[in-house]
Design a protein around this ligand. Structure first.
Ligand SMILES: [Zn+2]
Ligand SMILES: [Zn+2]
Length: 130
């Protein structure tokens, strides 16, 4: 993953799966998003991921969280906690907030995801005014 343009790249110590696959699906039954915890309703598009670490695991990611992952994260594996990762990077570690606001990234976000990103930007502004 050298020199990729992603805003968030996993650390070297990151636990990569041996095998990994993911694709968009339409939910046949409801699932819980592994990132934000919201219900993915039947009929809704979401991202399904399956991988083998020590043993196989699967993840269901809602379209909002997937759009955040696509916009900012290296497309590897589910992180479980996208917003926390962004908060840590931009609010607590002081990474340049403009990276979050790049037009090309913002365009990838769903409406709900945009609101989440703007919340993070606002928190960063509040913090920098203290
Ligand atoms: Zn979600
Ligand atoms: Zn990348």
């Amino acid at each position: 993953m050298d020199n990729c343009a992603c805003v968030i790249v996993p650390e070297d110590s990151f636990d990569y799966p041996e095998i990994y696959r993911r694709h968009d699906r339409i939910a046949r039954k409801s699932h819980r998003c592994c990132e934000c915890g919201r219900q993915i309703a039947p009929g809704e598009r979401y991202n399904y991921a399956w991988g083998v670490w020590e043993k196989s695991r699967e993840y269901h990611r809602c379209a909002d969280c997937q759009s955040i992952a696509d916009a900012y994260f290296c497309d590897t594996v589910p992180f479980m906690g996208l917003d926390e990762e962004l908060m840590n990077t931009f609010v607590y570690s002081g990474e340049d907030i403009n990276l979050l606001l790049k037009e090309s990234s913002i365009q990838k976000l769903t409406k709900a995801a945009r609101e989440r990103i703007f919340d993070i930007v606002e928190k960063q502004w509040e913090r920098s005014e203290e």
